[in-house]
Design a protein around this ligand. Structure first.
Ligand code: GRF
Length: 191
């Protein structure tokens, strides 16, 4: 059987992307075909290279160009696109071609703290300001509207009264590292 082919889109540190690459490395049913990054100097570029996964560095203009992305993913027979800290808007045409085939991870319990401008520390800042007793992660399909595609899975973590943005970020990152790759596996392999 042909493996299910993944493309990972990542702009930053890529700790999640790295875990996903390692998680599927010995699984013959899933192949991480390439990493796309819009930042040449992003740590994920050297990480992916050292793990033997090919990297495509693109410009921000190319990311806005749906035909570039559709052609890239089509030519490599990509089945699923995984957004692991990719900080650019995905063009609607790509979302239409890959309906329920683009999976994102968001660092809050959607629909809370989602939408335009809600990314990275801004999310944790808002969670802290609202004195939430818990936060978490949402793994969801990408639809045209920010952070509102069908939710695949959510995981939560309790918050104490003395949290800071940094401690919340750390807790959320741990949840991401634990759950993102296995959730993708369950979803795409129908486990
Ligand atoms: C994660 O916190 C994720 O929720 C968000 O971007 C961050 C990426 O972190 N979408 P890393 O680059 O995988 O460390």
């Amino acid at each position: 059987m042909k493996p299910i082919k993944l493309a990972l889109f990542a702009s930053g540190t890529g700790s999640n992307a790295e875990i996903i690459i390692r998680y599927f490395a010995n699984n013959p049913s899933v192949e991480v075909v390439f990493v796309l990054s819009n930042k040449e100097e992003a740590p994920i570029v050297s990480k992916a290279n050292s793990l033997g996964v090919s990297v495509t560095v693109c410009t921000n203009k190319e990311v806005e160009d749906a035909s570039f992305l559709v052609h890239l993913c089509d030519s490599k027979e990509i089945d699923y696109i995984i957004l692991a800290g990719f900080l650019r808007k995905i063009p609607n045409t790509l979302i239409a071609v890959y309906t329920e085939k683009i999976i994102n991870i968001h660092p809050s319990l959607l629909p809370k703290y989602g939408g335009a401008g809600m990314y990275g520390k801004y999310v944790h800042e808002a969670v802290l300001a609202a004195k939430e007793h818990e936060t978490g992660i949402s793994i969801h399909y990408v639809s045209e509207e920010f952070d509102s595609g069908r939710i695949i899975a959510q995981y939560s973590v309790p918050l104490l009264s003395n949290e800071t943005i940094e401690t919340i970020q750390e807790k959320v990152h741990q949840l991401e590292h634990e759950h993102f790759a296995p959730t993708i596996a369950r979803e795409i392999l129908d486990m």
